[in-house]
Design a binder for this molecule. Structure first.
Ligand code: UT7
Length: 329
């Protein structure tokens, strides 16, 4: 009997309407379009506006469109893995909230926190439930409302992040397509360089933590850049080597969208030419867990059955990894 792989059988995304341009940011902090474009590749990002709206509210339209595309009802879903760093609440899990909003009455679910590598971790873990035969339909969602934890007075972070969400459906495949291999890594000693100082159990919210701006994402950009640029490139190259893939075998490189310079370094390290690298950072910035599913969604029409895709990410934690998958439709 041929091995069962977990294949992506549908993908969809959602970005909010509001476009926050570099020009608008110039009026908010001491920055300029030229600096942002040169250092990051970002021209604009989306922001979810509206009282009482959270990350799940971006996942709902993405998932509903995905289900319609695949021609299945939410009740057929077995499991929802919601990869996010900006959950609707500390608890319950955003996966549970999403399940209720879309009517996934027969699914269980959990949130997965691995910062910008969350969607990769989710794809790898979700695949296990398919490969083991335990489940037939696993929904992996990646999304973040980064605007909820971005300090729009801090020019080092506010220019980078944006809001967005995407989702993929995983189903069993016996044709040899789907997730073939994954390498996932983490190093908790990187925590001081990228984290949120308060709001967790170590430092719960107080007037003081709010006044000290400790409920926002804190990043030491240069330190993170140094790790990201080598680790993401190395792990993508490692997954290729382990599967005897050379650059010509790879149809698409799907990198986390944190910084255009990190994307270019990863592509160079793997020897993959620019025309095969998926980049939408100029329009969405870094949507954290949203970047990879948004890339897959926007490039879906270009993928062919059997295409070799290399996904790679790096994020807070530190966390990083790479997945080799064969597109299944
Ligand atoms: O997705 C999760 C993982 N995160 C990442 O992978 C992000 C990795 N880091 C980065 O992408 C980059 O480090 C940043 C884009 C965050 C910053 O770029 P950089 O080239 O590392 O800049 P820098 O922090 O070294 O700052 C260079 C200069 C500084 O001025 P001086 O000291 O040279 O006078 C900063 O104060 O640029 C200044 N600067 C800015 N200038 C205009 C910092 N932010 C800005 C800004 N506009 N927004």
């Amino acid at each position: 009997m041929s091995k069962i792989h977990a294949a992506i059988t549908a993908v969809h995304g959602y970005v909010p309407d509001y476009v926050l341009t570099n020009h608008e940011l110039e009026g908010m902090v001491e920055t300029n379009d030229e600096w942002i474009v040169t250092r990051t590749g970002i021209k604009e990002r989306r922001v979810l506006k509206g009282e009482g709206l959270g990350t799940s509210d971006m996942a709902v339209p993405a998932v509903n469109a995905l289900l319609e595309k695949r021609g299945i009802s939410a009740e057929e879903l077995d499991l929802i893995i919601f990869c996010t760093t900006t959950p609707d609440f500390v608890f319950p899990a955003t996966a549970n909230i999403l399940a209720d909003k879309i009517g996934a009455k027969n699914a269980w679910g959990y949130d997965l926190q691995a910062a910008c590598s969350g969607f990769l971790y989710g794809l790898a873990t979700g695949s296990q439930f398919i490969e083991s035969g335990k489940h037939k339909k696993v929904l992996v969602v990646g999304g973040d409302k980064m605007s909820a934890i971005v300090n729009y007075k801090d020019r080092a972070t506010c220019i980078i992040f944006g809001d967005g969400a995407g989702a993929v459906l995983l189903e069993p495949n016996d044709e040899g397509n789907g997730v073939i291999d994954s390498i996932l890594r983490s190093d908790g000693s990187g925590a001081p360089y990228l984290h949120q100082k308060a709001g967790g159990s170590v430092r719960p919210a107080t007037h003081e933590t709010v006044e000290a701006n400790q409920h926002f994402a804190y990043q030491e950009g240069q330190a993170v850049f140094k790790f990201a640029v080598t680790k993401m490139a190395d792990v993508a190259a490692e997954v290729m080597e382990r599967n005897s893939l050379v650059a010509d075998d790879v149809a698409w490189l799907v990198p986390h969208q944190a910084n255009k310079r990190i994307i270019d370094a990863t592509a160079n390290r793997c020897g993959i030419s620019e025309d095969k690298v998926i980049i939408n950072i100029e329009r969405y910035g870094n949507t954290t867990n949203g970047t990879l599913p948004l890339c897959l969604w926007e490039w879906e029409d270009k993928f062919k059955k059997g295409d070799n895709l290399i996904l790679a990410a790096f994020g807070g934690g530190f966390t990083w990894g790479s997945i080799y998958l064969k597109w299944a439709y």
